[in-house]
Design a protein around this ligand. Structure first.
Ligand SMILES: C[S@@+](CC[C@H](N)C(=O)[O-])C[C@H]1O[C@@H](n2cnc3c(N)ncnc32)[C@H](O)[C@@H]1O
Length: 299
């Protein structure tokens, strides 16, 4: 355990904070809405007082595109989960759920069974902060796991997971914090466990962040190597350092080894015109931040 002020939930809070900031935007301008995020963010009152515009401006001073990257990743998964649910997917497993409130804030059918997986400390804190009358509570089962030391299959089966039902798994903002061995083991478990159609979403940090940071940012981006270094330092400071990075080829071969075919691989560059342009918030090239990829694979 680190001496960080965060109790294993520093990065979960960090993402929830960006969702809170986005939710403060005018309804016609926001990309996602998370009305519960404030409950999980230290200093949420100050964030609310500062408001959407100034928070986004501050985040741009720090790392341009950082806020928009996290928000577009969330929206991309929101859309995928809602589409899957509309197409009658029966189970949704949120790996490393943290303070993800998708189960409560999206319009999901009551027939969709949801499993949230994370470390016990984070899950306990989450449950104490959830409002009593939040929607869809009855469809969620919490399963505690440390991906680096425990495997998924038995715990999911014990929690009522049905291998014969179609399932979506998402691993959002997690692969950089756990070993490659743990991701490989999780995919082995999923492949062995699932006997029906399965969708697997993974976000991963591009190896270029270490090898060639410039390649992860848009043309004209200010000080890319320094920004990459700042991001790496910050994650270590909140007690959860980034330890695993992948190339596109590595992810493709990892997924294919476990029976999956990659259907999509997106970065902020791809999502910027889809989400931010219609909201009048298209990012210029020198704010584009492609450090992390969103991959959807199916089997
Ligand atoms: C950046 S947060 C992302 C949370 C959530 N997916 C989201 O996007 O809001 C990373 C999450 O991974 C979880 N995590 C990190 N290491 C883990 C491990 N070894 N086992 C289980 N969960 C872990 C953390 O507890 C945290 O909730």
């Amino acid at each position: 355990m680190s001496d960080s002020i965060f109790r294993k939930d520093g990065t979960a809070q960090g993402v929830a904070k960006q969702r809170l900031i986005e939710s403060l935007a005018k309804p016609e301008q926001r990309i996602i809405n998370d009305p519960f995020a404030y409950r999980f963010v230290m200093g949420a009152i100050i964030v609310k007082l500062i408001g959407h515009k100034i928070n986004v401006w501050l985040s741009r001073k720090f790392v341009p595109g950082f806020h928009e990257h996290l928000i577009s990743r969330t929206r991309f998964i929101d859309d995928m989960v809602e589409t899957s649910a509309a197409n009658h997917v029966e189970q949704y497993v949120i790996l490393g759920a943290g303070y993800d409130l998708r189960a409560h804030r999206l319009n999901l059918p009551s027939t969709l069974k949801i499993f949230e997986i994370d470390q016990i400390e984070v899950q306990s804190r989450k449950q104490t902060k959830l409002p009593k009358n939040i929607p869809n509570v009855q469809n969620i089962t919490y399963v505690s796991i440390d991906f680096n030391h425990e495997t998924l299959g038995d715990q999911l089966l014990n929690a009522g997971f049905d291998p014969y039902k179609s399932t979506v798994f998402t691993l959002e903002g997690v692969s950089q914090y756990i070993t490659k061995k743990a991701v490989d083991a999780t995919l082995t478990e999923i492949n062995n466990l699932t006997k029906s159609s399965t969708t697997f979403y993974i976000s991963y940090v591009d190896k270029f962040i270490i090898e060639n940071p410039q390649a992860c940012f848009g043309k004209g981006y200010p000080n890319p190597a320094k920004k990459a270094e700042t991001i790496l330092k910050l994650s270590a400071k909140v007690g959860e350092p980034w330890i695993s990075f992948y190339s596109n080829e590595e992810i493709q071969s990892l997924l294919s080894k476990h029976g999956f075919t990659v259907m999509e691989n997106k970065t902020l560059e791809d999502l910027n015109p889809i989400y931010f342009k219609p909201a009048g918030r298209l990012l210029p090239e020198d704010h584009i931040f492609n450090l992390e990829h969103s991959v959807v694979a199916k089997k």
